[in-house]
Design a protein around this ligand. Structure first.
Ligand code: COA
Length: 156
């Protein structure tokens, strides 16, 4: 059920909420979560757009992407651990795709950890294809760095 989800652009007043969502989503996979300053720095960069998904008074998820010329990059997507498998990421990525298209992008790229099969399944289901492999790309707390796959979705 996802009838109660509300999607809005990520605004400057949402920085703490976005950083908290990021931290709590990524901590379990051993990845350093972003700070308020990290999110603020990104949102202030050219071509960057963010989205915040809420339901009633709860923050459910966030996503940030960047468009440069005709290429877009998914910088992050994070969903609260208590609200997963309800279609939140699918909704957020739909907004990212629309925003990227609107900004003139023809392709959308992302990196996903080889140790993150859930996210990989999500991207596969949306039509992303693996186009590269980066050894030791993600630092992981308490264990060896993880490889990443680069993935691409054609938008046009
Ligand atoms: C990956 C993540 C964003 C998915 O969020 P979500 O809201 O649970 O995803 P959705 O409910 O929209 O899932 C859509 C589809 O993706 C796939 N999927 C998502 N999570 C999955 C998982 N853990 N295992 C297997 N498939 C999964 C399924 O096909 C799912 O459809 P279904 O539920 O009908 O089977 C979330 O688990 C998360 O925040 N993880 C930590 C941060 C992270 O890894 N971000 C991505 C970094 S590249």
């Amino acid at each position: 059920m996802n009838g109660g989800f509300v999607l809005n652009p990520l605004r400057a007043v949402d920085l703490d909420r976005a950083a908290r969502l990021h931290r709590e989503a990524f901590a379990p996979i051993g990845e350093r979560g972003w700070t308020r300053q990290d999110v603020a720095g990104l949102l202030a960069s050219p071509g960057v757009a963010g989205f915040l998904l809420t339901e009633a008074t709860f923050d459910i998820g966030m996503a940030i992407c960047r468009v440069v010329a005709d290429e877009a990059e998914l910088l992050t997507v994070a969903v609260d651990p208590g609200h997963r498998r309800r279609g939140a990421a699918r909704l957020l990525l739909g907004a990212v795709v629309e925003s990227a298209r609107g900004g003139g992008a023809r392709t959308l790229f992302l990196e996903v950890g080889a140790d993150n099969p859930g996210a990989r399944t999500l991207y596969d289901s949306l039509g992303f294809a693996v186009v590269g492999h980066r050894a030791g790309y993600y630092a992981r707390a308490g264990r060896p760095a993880a490889d990443a796959f680069s993935m691409r979705l054609t938008l046009s």
